[in-house]
Design a protein around this ligand. Structure first.
Ligand code: AMP
Length: 419
């Protein structure tokens, strides 16, 4: 038997209501703030990711699904969508228009990671990007939108942690300060972190080895090394968050792993996700568009893990979705043909109707099926109904049943539903 690949899974009809709920809520919320959807390809040139995310990151060094196509081009299934969206913005010159570009996306991402609860190889992200302003009010408003989105879904216990990771002016000095702290600990660090020391010591903050995490918890915080401009930007952001009454915690050691981050960096965690408790992450990436060969256009964004979002939804959310209003129980070929006609009419009035042509199946068996599907009504069309041009309506809640002329079905259904 051929099965789904490790780290991938089918999202089945029984759980789809929760996915549709978070996606509909994302669209509704983001559009209130002027965001519009963008859909970019699933695969891109490998260089797009290696140049922007950084060769030394886990994503680029170990986690990408990279392959050569038939013409020998190196392609990669997107591991994240900020670089693809930035590429699209440049390619279509969207940054040329007046004002800001606010974009959102929903779709699958791919990383070759060890699967566990809340971590998959094909996973889904809901993300937003804002291009064209470095004003901290963009950060604050987008964070306010994010928290409103989570609240609208009833996600409980979401905690927002924010930090500033500086800019190319202040980061070199911080890097030196961090190296000075880490050098004496070098021999106790894991192999990956020793490599990070040479390539980019800030990455050590992302290490998942407990002993290394302890070492990093005593490292000098980047907030002490920020240049005046970055310090000012961060202070203004924090003041705006306070003015908006957005609960947050300043987390001086929150240094996210991707190369293109500048200044604002943040994360939201929720309880109950286990070790993978980060629901989302984001930040400011003022250098990204320029790194990709575009002009100096600042950016800000976040990406929510949709699997983790769905896992964090309250149990009652979207529970009873999907049951039909009406099950058509037709007996005999003529009954099936009549059911098609009646079904067409009723669907035009917005009724959800299930018709399973099984003319030889007993009425009793069809009733059982209607019950299993959770249908509110069954319309029975047997031999005598065909002869009379009538339909029998059965209300499943109490078994009330009556036969009506076909043209009266709609009105009678409405009366019986209201009764
Ligand atoms: P990142 O793009 O690494 O900043 O991740 C943003 C969010 O995407 C994380 O907080 C997770 O919720 C989600 N995420 C990242 N990697 C995975 C994965 N392998 N499986 C499931 N969710 C993921």
């Amino acid at each position: 038997m051929i099965e789904a690949q490790k780290g991938t899974r089918d999202i089945l009809p029984g759980e789809i209501a929760r996915w549709q709920l978070v996606e509909a809520q994302a669209r509704a919320t983001f559009e209130l703030y002027g965001f519009r959807e963008i859909r970019t390809p699933i695969f891109e040139s490998t260089e797009l990711f290696s140049r922007t995310i950084g060769e030394a990151t886990d994503i680029v060094s170990k986690e990408m699904y990279t392959f050569l196509d038939r013409k020998g081009r190196s392609l990669t299934l997107r591991p994240e969508n900020t670089a693809p969206v930035a590429r699209a913005v440049i390619e279509h010159q969207m940054h040329r228009g007046a004002g800001l570009q606010r974009l959102y996306y929903i779709g699958p991402m791919f990383r070759y990671e060890r699967p566990q609860k809340g971590r998959a190889r094909q996973f889904h992200q809901i993300g937003v990007e804002v291009f064209g302003s470095e004003h901290p009010a963009v950060d604050a408003e987008t964070l306010e939108m994010l928290m409103a989105f989570l609240e609208s879904l009833g996600i409980a216990g979401a905690e927002l942690a924010v930090n500033s990771v500086g800019c190319p002016v202040c980061r070199p000095a911080y890097r030196e300060a961090l190296l000075a702290y880490l050098r004496p600990h070098r021999d106790s660090l894991c192999e990956d972190c020793r490599r990070r020391l040479a390539e980019n010591p800030l990455r050590c903050f992302d290490c998942k080895v407990p002993a290394d995490q302890e070492t990093m918890s005593a490292a000098p915080p980047i907030t002490e090394s920020l240049c005046a401009a970055c310090r000012d930007h961060f202070a203004r952001l924090v003041a705006l968050l306070e003015a908006l009454a957005i609960r947050h915690r300043i987390e001086p050691r929150l240094v996210r792993g991707l190369d293109y981050y500048r200044r604002t960096s943040f994360e939201v965690t929720v309880p109950g996700l286990g070790s993978q408790n980060a629901l989302l992450g984001g930040g400011r990436y003022d250098g990204l568009i320029r790194d990709l060969g575009g002009p100096d256009v600042p950016g800000f964004g976040f990406a929510v893990g949709e699997e983790r979002l769905v896992l964090s939804l309250p149990a009652a959310a979207a529970a009873a979705e999907g049951a039909p209003d009406i099950y058509m129980a037709a007996i005999g070929e003529e009954g099936v043909a009549r059911a098609l006609v009646v079904g067409r009419w009723l669907r035009r009035t917005g009724k959800r109707i299930v018709l399973e042509p099984q003319p030889d199946k007993s009425l009793r068996a069809q009733m059982r099926r209607a019950h299993d599907l959770g249908a509110a009504f069954v319309l029975i069309i047997g031999e005598s109904e065909v002869r009379e041009g009538s339909v029998t309506i059965r209300r499943m809640a109490d078994g009330t049943q009556e036969r009506v002329a076909a043209q009266r079905v709609e009105g009678r259904l409405r009366e019986m539903a209201g009764a």
